[in-house]
Write a protein that binds this ligand. Sequence first.
Ligand code: HEC
Length: 149
Amino acid sequence: MNTPLTPHAFRSAAWLALALVLAPAHAGDTTAALQMQRWSDASGQPVNAERGRLLFVNRQGGEWSCASCHGNPPTAPARHASTGKAIAPLAPAFNPERFTNTAKVDKWFKRNCNDVLSRECTATEKADLLAWLLQLDARTPTRPVQSKP
Ligand code: HEC
């Protein structure tokens, strides 16, 4: 029994197919580039990737840097500094899930900045960090992550 599709049913089916094709593979509401834009809009300053790199790789007075758990550069799987749990790469080019969920980004920025700087990161700092992370791509020479003695 081949019932021909009415024009309306056909249009609905076409829209559904299109929506499925366009839907991102992950349940995300944002992107890393949009997150950088969001924080640089909030700070009103141009971003500075080098400042972001220095913030990420250096300790800020506490026991840990961002790199202690995320690696340097954060382009490969790393290990949590205290629990040893595996952490997937943080650089978006190496892990497309990163920075695609606003609530997750906000939750971890807050928690991790508190661990490293004993305060929340400013909008300028978050924009700088994202500018650096977005620069890391397959062309970035990656040094092997040094394991601690
Ligand atoms: C003590 C370990 C630790 C330190 C130090 C740390 N992080 Fe994390 N970070 C984690 C863990 C655990 C997660 C959540 C698990 C995951 O997403 O892999 C996470 C997740 C994140 C996320 C969520 C990204 C996303 O959208 O998936 C961001 C952003 C982040 N960290 C930034 C930072 C920054 C910036 C610093 C330095 C200020 C830092 N982290 C320091 C352990 C750490």
